[in-house]
Ligand binder design. Sequence first.
Ligand code: ADP
Length: 483
Amino acid sequence: MIESPLLEKLTGYIGGRWTDNEHGNTFDVYNPATGKVIAQVASMSEEEVNAAIASGKSALRLTSPYSIETRRKWLEDIRDALKANKEEVGRILCMEHGKPLHEAQGEVDYAAGFFDYCSKHIQALDAHTIPEKPKDCTWTVHYRPIGVAGLITPWNFPIGMIAKKLSAALAAGCPSVIKPASETPLTMIALFSLMDKHTDMPDGMVNLVMGKASVIGKALCESPDVPMLSFTGSTEVGRKLIVDTAEQVKKLALELGGNAPFIVFDDADLDAAADNLIANKFRGGGQTCVCANRIFVHEKVADAFGEKLAERVNKMTVGDGINGDVDIGPLINQAGYDKVKRHVQDALEKGATLVAGKKPEELGNDLFFPPTVVHGVNRDMCCYQEETFGPLVPMALFRTEEEVIEAGNDTEFGLASYVFTNDAERAQRVAAGLRFGHCGWNTGTGPTPEAPFGGMKASGIGREGGLEGLFEFVEAQTVPRGF
Ligand code: ADP
């Protein structure tokens, strides 16, 4: 079992207190590297979720709002607490997610960056008077907190994803009811321990509920006291939330699946493209929504690029992330592992060739999937159509710019995309043609606190990060004054 000063309680947090878990229901949390149970965490009832919503409602202040200074202090305190406890939060994250320790601790810094950014830009949420005087009135625009927000996060960035949402919600003055993924609740509990000890937020401002997604999701969707849900996860669940909140017309911020194209033109710096692809693709073991999922390489450089990839991939180490410097940890669970295996098998059966990695029949019985590169991929293959969410690099050929823009867009998703070329005009054309919220030019880098990030098409609604993200949890209210 995991021991940590940040995990003294393994229950929910409602109204400024840890809950008692009266029902005694729990669920197991596993370390994917060892397959062992490391904690048993409270699984909460519908009544408890409703109590969390009620407590959030009691912390909402409309007529005497929390000042900008007060909200900025909350954000700064969380940022500082995360930075001061980066090693321990990272260790907990590594043990329940499996990603290498240095990546896990880096994620804590990344999370602190969102609180930092919001604290430094919160002034943008202050009221302002518009310069024109239409209709003989003086018009003031206020940014009101939308109300209690339900924040639902996935397991792939246990601290990064909540940081994006919570920083903007607190900046807006919105109380929240937070549900982590059941694979990774411990990092969230650690965050709540830090907020409990190191911040002076009113009771009910942040509430933690854990357990069955169906129970918690239903309560959040049905409660008239929760006007907004911010969700990161699968498109399938995102669609369900749209349907389940339609009647009340709730505001939704959705960051859903991706199927990122990574395009390498024949004039690109192939070494830099290969290095960037490795860093992008194998982060979190390939389990991120911005990981390159379809690699389109110009036919003239495909063999050379494949060799560069194989050279790099063959040097990568796979193992328990807690033991020093491995490159890739285990996949999150058996279902995740089986999906990657199915994608490799399907590609090979349909004519792709293995450039690096193991054949499916050579794989072991744990959750450590070797980094794998396949060549000769086409749109009939599962790895082209679906997000693999694992360490598989599927390469396809292209000949022309028009053809590759069309191929890149040949998906219902539109989250991240990447283009490698040394021709600036071509890069501008391709970025404009790709219907993706993020398009890296000669970089495989993903989101950052300073810039808006989010999806087009079925990849979601809304933006996180940047000023756009700061405005997600407010309602603009105009007050024209007549006399
Ligand atoms: P993933 O495939 O990354 O696990 P999911 O969409 O299944 O993505 O889960 C993302 C988050 O959404 C998790 O916290 C999960 O428990 C939660 N979730 C799953 N189903 C629902 C639902 N019906 N309502 C609300 N939240 C849900």
